[in-house]
Design a protein around this ligand. Sequence first.
Ligand code: ADE
Ligand code: ZN
Length: 339
Amino acid sequence: MGELKDLIAELPKAELHLHLEGSLEPEMMFELAKRNGVTLKYGSVEEIRAAYDFSNLQDFLDLYYQGMGVLLKEQDFYDLTSAYLSKATADNVRHVEVFFDPQAHMERGVSFETVLIGITRALEDGHIRHGITNKLIMCFLRHLSEEEAFALLEVATPHLAKIDGVGLDSSELGHPPSKFERVFKEAKALGLKLVAHAGEEGPPEYVWEALNLLKIDRIDHGNAAARDDELIDHLIETGMTLTMCPLSNQRLCVTPDLTENPLAHLLRSGVRVTVNSDDPSYFGGYVNDNYTAIADALDLSMPEIVMLARNSFIGSFLSDVDKEAALDQIDAVFEQHRH
Ligand code: ADE
Ligand code: ZN
C-alpha cells in the first residue's frame, strides 16, 4: 500500500465534485461564528465532529445547511474557498471544478454577489498563489421549486462571465431531474455546462432522466448505474464521466461497506469514473484520502489508479490542450513508479 499511496500523492489530479460549503471544517465554523456573532449549537470542535454520524443523505443535509449559517460576509466565502484550495494543493490537485449553493445563502439574507465575489476572488488568488486552475458550477437545490431555480438563473445572468456551469444537488429522492428540464434547457442556451447529481440515493431512472431530459455533460455520483447494464453500455458509448465519491457513499450509507462500492465494477466495465471528495469536512477525507481508501478496499492496481487520475482531466471542462498537458504529466509520474 505504501507504494500506491506514494503514487496517489504524486499524481496530478483534478477534483470535479466538491461542494465548497462541504469543505467548511469545524475549526473554521467556530472561528466564523465568533467573528460574525453567530451562536452555534455545539460547545467544541469535538462535539461538532461527533454529530457527523449520518444514516442517509437528508441526515447530512440538515447539518450541512445548519453549518453554513456562519457564512455571512464576502470574506467568509473567500476564507472558505482559500482553505479548500490549500488542502487541494497539498493533495497535488492541479485543477478544481467546484460547486456552490447560492440559494442556501440567499434564503439567509446573504446576497448572490457577496457569495460569488468572495468565492471567485479566492479562486483567482488560488490560481496565482498555487497555480491551481478552476471552473465554478452553480447548483440549483432540487428540494426547491422550478420557479425558484429560474429566479436564481435570472439573478446569476449578469455574472455569467464568472460561472462555467450549473448543477443540481440536495435531496434526491422525490425530486427527479425532470422537475428541472426547462431550467437546464435555458442554462444550456446561455452557454453553461450542465451537470447533475443522479443515482446517489435515487434509482437508475434518475440517471436516464438526467441524461435524456437535462442533457447533462457529466453525472455526479451515478452509483445506481451499476444496477442497469443497458445504462452502463450507454455511458460507455457516449464517453460519459461519473464523479464518484467513495467516502461520501460510506458516510451517507449509500454503500456503507467500501468493498461493495460500485466504482470498481463501473471502472472495469469501461465507464469513465473519477474519484472526488464531495463534502470532505463532513466525510473525513479530501481527494487523496478518497483515492487511498478506495484503492485499498477495492484492491485497485497501479494502472487503475493512473486511469482514475487521467479520467479526472479527460472528464473536466478544461481545453483539449490543457488536458493533454496534464495527461503527459501523469504519464511521466507513472513511468517513474514503474521502474
Ligand atoms: N449537497 C452537498 N453534498 C451533497 C450530496 N452528496 N448529494 C446531494 N446534495 C449535496
Ligand atoms: Zn455532491
